[in-house]
Structure formats: structure tokens, C-alpha cells
Design a protein around this ligand. Structure first.
Ligand SMILES: Cc1cc2nc3c(=O)[nH]c(=O)nc-3n(C[C@H](O)[C@H](O)[C@H](O)COP(=O)(O)O)c2cc1C
Length: 496
């Protein structure tokens, strides 16, 4: 009895002390908030005003679980992300009951099923497509769906390793992004596209220009199949790459040829390329030196200036053309970019792609220049739309990040990515187990290809590259849909 009373007294005393401590803390916070000058809410609503910041921070994490509807988040909604996740797991990817998609929203693509689709034994798989017929070593690209450029630097070492091995397993190419080629890109033994960014990481001379010697060294790696000269990417047209200082580790600095721990900022364009003639000169120079196909990556502001580019190719002859043009939509992703550029600059892929395809075809270069499309083309319907519009290839960056386990935490610029994909913090990288994830990368790529084939068969053709603009209708403002070949009539009839 005596013992119980002592315990009760102790608890009561502890409670009083606790209350006192809380009251003292609230008082201190009240005084701090009332007297500080930087935050109006805390100054006017001391202590309680602090919850606003706490809830906004927590909202960022919890909204996707509790509050957001399946189709309403940005940049990718839950339905899009879940599709990738299910595909990556390699489990069956069927859903039940009916579509949760609102099919009346203007811009929605609807594929036109054939009355009599081909029978199962009439299906074909897409054949490899030749890129760069005039290069000394042309590339026969096996897959129409591939991995878009993301540098080692923006991505972590395990992420690049898993992508490399997954790409090899699925038979798709892996683009290095602008940070140069690392041993991790080559680990899987699959096809690699070497991107030359404006800072020319990996192929830079002492003076900061392009080093022919280094170009030859990279080209000598058999798995490096093509070179992509980056003019711009959709998330930040007119701005070069940005790798924040905290992400520039010793290894990344060594591969890029820069200083460890200081931000890696690329120029906003290639200093040697200020007009179309200089662009063609540079493309041809890289092709001559490397012997491999060379393309460009760009974002359309308007199609008009590109008329001049194609006129110049007409004048110099088709051999002078880039072997491929990657059109990245303004909605493209990035490791880090200023918000006005991410949000507001660059034509979306849904408008840019048909325009670029039409320009190419109008100039008779349909078989000469391959068009690669990217920009939120992460699910089979998006990829099928791009092929209908005239793309020869589609690439994705964030689709493959989702296959690696990305949860869209939007921390790629902070070195705190919770899934280990875009951080160089070894503790966080531990979560990304290469041996598990590479299978998921491969599963995702294969599932996209398989379901694009399913759409192709449904619209009545034997394989995806036989799909045309007439096979897809686009919902208009009045709720009715129009065939894409009425909205973008083809210049030559190749793709109607
Ligand atoms: C983390 C990250 C890093 C990227 N790094 C590069 C890069 O180095 N070079 C480049 O041209 N594009 C880069 N991009 C852009 C992608 O290659 C791609 O063009 C764009 O994200 C559109 O594809 P998506 O919508 O499937 O992500 C990056 C994108 C992300 C998300």
C-alpha cells in the first residue's frame, strides 16, 4: 500500500514537472515567434503558426497516400505509377471492373479498334531498325522503347548499375545522360548511347572543347553504339545541366573531370554551335571521328526555325543529316532545374512530335533520320500514341525510375532521395538492391513493349510500327474526338 502511494506521488510530481516544462517551452517559443521578423504567420500567431509549416511538410509526404485521387497527382498520378510498379514486379497486369479514367477530357487519346483484328498467329514483333546508314558502324536498334538520358551524378551508382543490367536483359539501349560514361553504364553489357552535353563531360579537351582523342576512346567501346549531342532537354530548354554541389562526389568529379564538392553547371548551349550550319558541322565531325551514328536531342520552341535546318540538309545532301533527332517534350523531367523552365518553357511532346515528324517527311528524310520521342511517355498508351504520331523510337527516364522504386518524393536535387535512386548517401543507397531492381527494370521495359503490341493488334495491325495517325483519335474541347490524321495531316502520306 505504502509503495503504491509513493509511486502515485512520484507520477503526480513528474506530471507537474512535465506540464511546467511544456509551459516553459511554449513561453520560449511564444517569445521567439513574437519577436522574430522573418515569418509573418509566426509573428502574428506565435507557436500555433509553426504547425502550418509542419503540416505543409507532412502533406507533401502523405497526400499521395490519403488524399490524392488515382488520376489527379502531378507530374505522374497514382494510376500511372501503379501501372509501372505492377509491370516491374512482373506480375499479371490486369485491372478489374472498368476504367477509372475520365475519357472525356480534351487531349485524351483513344485508339480505334479494328472490326477484324489479326489472329494470334498473324502477330509479328517489331524488327530492329537501322540507325545511321552512312556511319562506318551503323546501329541496328532492337527495341522501340529505350532508356532516356540520366547522368551518373543525377542518378546513384546502384541506380545506374540496375539500369545497365536491366537494359541488357530487356534488349533496350541505355543513354548515359550528360555526365559521361562510367563503368556502371557498361556493367550489364547492353547497348549504350553516349550523350555529349554542353560541358562535354567525358570527351572534353583541356581547353574545354571537344577532344577527338577522347571521342575515339569512347567510340572504341563496342557497347557504345551511338552519340547524342544534347542541345536541350524539355525540363530546362536554354539552360545547361545542374548537379548540386552535395551530389558531386570524388568519383563523379573524376568521371566528369571537375572539382569534387562544387556544383557542376554546364553552359546553356554548346559554345561552338550558334547556328544550323555549325550544328551540322559538329554532327558530321563527331560521326567522322567516332564512325558511329550521331543524333541530336532538342526541344521545340516553334517548328518554324527548323525549316531552315532541313533546307540546309537538302542543300548539303542527306548524308550530312543527323542520324536521329530526339524530341523531348516541355513536360520532361530533370534532376534539378529552375521552376519557370520546368513549368513554362518548351512545347509539349503531343504538339512537338507530329511537327518534327512532318518536317522530316516533307524533306524526304523519312528513312534517313530516325525520330526518338520522350516526355512523360511512361505507359503503353503514351508510347503507342507516339508511334502513331510518327516516332520511330520512344525513350523514358522517369518510367524507368519508377521501375527502380521511385516514389515521386521530388527530392532528386537534394541528395536525400528516400529510395536511393538519386542520392550518393550510402545509407540511402542501401535500399536499392541491384540484384532485385535490375529484374524490375527489364520487366517494365518488356511489359511496355508487350502492351504496345497489344494496342497495335487491337487497332488491326501486326506490329507497333505499322500503327498510323488514323488509328488514334484525340478528344476535343466539345467532347467529340477527331482522328489524329485530321488534326495533323501528314506531309507525305507515310504516317496517315
Ligand atoms: C533524374 C533525371 C536526370 C536527367 N538527366 C538528363 C541528362 O543528363 N541529359 C538529358 O538530356 N536529359 C536528362 N533528363 C531528361 C530525360 O532524359 C528525359 O528527356 C525527360 O525526363 C523526359 O522523359 P520522362 O518524361 O520519361 O522522364 C533527366 C531526367 C531525370 C528525371
Amino acid at each position: 500500500m505504502q509503495f503504491a502511494v509513493t509511486v502515485m506521488n512520484f507520477l503526480a510530481l513528474a506530471f507537474v514537472w512535465l506540464l511546467g516544462a511544456v509551459a516553459a517551452l511554449v513561453l520560449v517559443l511564444y517569445i521567439i515567434d513574437r519577436t522574430q521578423r522573418g515569418d509573418a504567420i509566426r509573428r502574428n500567431y506565435p507557436v500555433i503558426g509553426r504547425f502550418r509549416h509542419l503540416f505543409s511538410t507532412l502533406g507533401e509526404f502523405f497526400r499521395q497516400y490519403f488524399f490524392a485521387m488515382d488520376r489527379e497527382e502531378m507530374p505522374f498520378n497514382r494510376a500511372q505509377r501503379d501501372w509501372v510498379e505492377r509491370s516491374a514486379h512482373g506480375a499479371g497486369n490486369t485491372v478489374a471492373f472498368g476504367s477509372t479514367r475520365n475519357l472525356g477530357i480534351p487531349g485524351t487519346s483513344l485508339f480505334m479498334n479494328a472490326a477484324f483484328p489479326p489472329l494470334d498467329d498473324e502477330f509479328a514483333s517489331s524488327e530492329p531498325l537501322l540507325i545511321g546508314p552512312h556511319a562506318r558502324t551503323p546501329y541496328s536498334a532492337p527495341s522501340f522503347f529505350n532508356i532516356s538520358g540520366m547522368s551518373f551524378g543525377a542518378l546513384s551508382k546502384p541506380a545506374v548499375r540496375a539500369l545497365s543490367r536491366g537494359a541488357a536483359k530487356a534488349g533496350v539501349w541505355l543513354n548515359t545522360g550528360e555526365g559521361g560514361v562510367s563503368p556502371y553504364h557498361l556493367e550489364g553489357g547492353g547497348d549504350v548511347v553516349f550523350q555529349i552535353g554542353t560541358a562535354k563531360y567525358g570527351v572534353r579537351s583541356e581547353e574545354g572543347g571537344l577532344s577527338d582523342g577522347k571521342l575515339r576512346e569512347v567510340a572504341a567501346v563496342e557497347n557504345v553504339r551511338m552519340f547524342e549531342l544534347k542541345l536541350a532537354q524539355g525540363a530546362k530548354p536554354g539552360k545547361g545541366g545542374i548537379l548540386p554541389a552535395e551530389k558531386v562526389s570524388a568519383e563523379i568529379a573524376a568521371i566528369r573531370g571537375i572539382k569534387e564538392g562544387s556544383a557542376s553547371i554546364s553552359p546553356n548551349r554548346h559554345v561552338e554551335v550558334g547556328n544550323w550550319a555549325e550544328l551540322l558541322d559538329m554532327v558530321n565531325h563527331i560521326r567522322d571521328v567516332t564512325g558511329k551514328p550521331v543524333g541530336i536531342k532538342t526541344v521545340l520552341g516553334s517548328a518554324d526555325p527548323w525549316e531552315e535546318f532541313f533546307a540546309l540538309i537538302d542543300a548539303r545532301g542527306p548524308e550530312s543529316a543527323p542520324d536521329f533527332i530526339t524530341v523531348d517534350g516541355g513536360e520532361g523531367g530533370t534532376g534539378a532545374a529552375p521552376m519557370p523552365l520546368i513549368d513554362l518553357v518548351g512545347m509539349p511532346i503531343r504538339e512537338a512530335l507530329p511537327r518534327m515528324v512532318d518536317l522530316r517527311d516533307k524533306h524526304g528524310l523519312h528513312e534517313r533520320i530516325r525520330i526518338v520521342a520522350s516526355g512523360k511517355l511512361v505507359n503503353p498508351g503514351d508510347v503507342a500514341w507516339a508511334i502513331c504520331a510518327g516516332a520511330d523510337f520512344v525513350t523514358s527516364a522517369r518510367g524507368f525510375m519508377f521501375s527502380l522504386g521511385c516514389i515521386q518524393a521530388l527530392k532528386c536535387n537534394k541528395n536525400t532521395c528516400p529510395t536511393g535512386i538519386t542520392t550518393h548517401d550510402a545509407k540511402l543507397q542501401r535500399g536499392l538492391v541491384v540484384e532485385e531492381k535490375y529484374e524490375k527494370v527489364a520487366n517494365y521495359a518488356k511489359q511496355v513493349i508487350k502492351e504496345v503490341e497489344t494496342i497495335a493488334h487491337s487497332v488491326g495491325v501486326a506490329e507497333p510500327r505499322l500503327m498510323r495517325r488514323r488509328h488514334v483519335r484525340i478528344v476535343q474541347d466539345d467532347g467529340r474526338s477527331l482522328p489524329m490524321n485530321k488534326i495533323y495531316p501528314s506531309a507525305t502520306g507515310h504516317i496517315v
